[in-house]
Design a protein around this ligand. Structure first.
Ligand code: G3P
Length: 218
C-alpha cells in the first residue's frame, strides 16, 4: 500500500519524506489556505516547493468547475513538475475533463467521492486515482470503510486500473483498516502516519533493553 501525506505543510511533508516511507502528497484548496498560501503565483510556487521535497505523486486540485477552465488549470499545473497529478471533483464537467486529460496522458485524481457509483464513473473516464472521503462519511454516521470495500469489489470485478486512494483519514485505525480492505493508497495527516509507530510494549521493551545493556556495555 502506498502512503501519501494529506497536507500542504512543507515541514510535515519533509518529516514524512525523511521517515523514508512517503510515496506522495495530496493537497486541496482548504489545505493550501490553511498554510496561508494565497494568489495564483504563490500557489504554483508552493506546489513546486512540495515537488522538490518528495519523490512521488503530488495531487494539485483545480478550482474551475467548467471543462475549459479545468483543462487550462491542468495545463499550467502540469508545467510545474512531472510529479503533478491533477485533482478534479466528481461532477459531470469533472468526468469530461478527466476523459480529456487521460487521452492526453495526464494523470488525474478524482476527488470528493462519497459513493461507489461516483468511483465507477471516474474509473470509466480513466482516472488514475479515486479519492473516497472516509472520515467525512464517518462524520455523518455512514460507514466510510464500507465505501472502500464496495469500490474495491467493483474495480476488481472489471479490472479497472484506477487506484483507490483513501482520503479524509483521521487516525491509525483508518489506515490499518484500509490496508486490510486493499486500498491502493492511503493519504493521511502526519500524526496518523506516525501513530502507527506507537505501542506501549515497544516503549517498555526498549527501556528494558537499554537498561540491561548497561550491564554489559561497560
Ligand atoms: O484531501 C482530501 C481529504 O483528505 C480531506 O480530508 O479531513 O478535510 O475530511 P478532511
Amino acid at each position: 500500500m502506498k502512503f501519501f501525506i494529506d497536507t500542504a505543510n512543507l515541514a510535515q511533508i519533509k518529516e514524512a519524506q525523511d521517515l523514508g516511507v512517503l510515496d506522495g502528497v495530496t493537497t486541496n484548496p482548504s489545505l493550501m489556505a490553511k498554510e496561508g498560501i494565497v494568489g495564483k503565483d504563490n500557489v504554483l510556487a508552493h506546489y513546486k516547493a512540495i515537488c522538490d521535497i518528495v519523490d512521488g505523486d503530488v495531487s494539485a486540485e483545480v478550482i474551475s468547475t467548467d471543462v475549459d477552465g479545468m483543462l487550462k488549470e491542468a495545463e499550467e499545473l502540469c508545467k510545474i513538475d512531472p510529479k503533478i497529478v491533477i485533482k478534479v471533483p466528481i461532477i459531470a464537467n469533472g468526468i469530461k475533463a478527466i476523459k480529456k486529460l487521460t487521452s492526453k496522458g495526464i494523470r488525474t485524481n478524482c476527488t470528493l467521492i462519497f459513493s461507489s457509483g461516483q468511483a465507477l464513473l471516474a474509473a470509466k473516464a480513466g482516472a488514475t486515482y479515486v479519492s473516497p472521503f472516509l472520515g467525512r462519511l464517518d462524520d455523518v454516521s455512514t460507514d466510510g470503510l464500507n465505501l472502500i470495500e464496495e469500490i474495491r469489489i467493483i474495480f476488481d470485478n472489471y479490472g479497472y486500473q484506477t487506484e483507490i486512494l483513501a482520503a479524509s483519514v483521521r487516525g491509525p485505525m483508518h489506515i490499518i483498516n484500509c490496508a486490510k480492505i486493499g486500498a491502493d493508497v492511503v493519504t493521511a495527516p502526519l500524526n496518523a502516519i506516525t501513530a502507527l509507530l506507537n505501542h506501549p510494549l515497544t516503549d517498555k521493551g526498549l527501556a528494558q533493553f537499554l537498561e540491561d545493556s548497561k550491564k554489559f556495555n561497560v
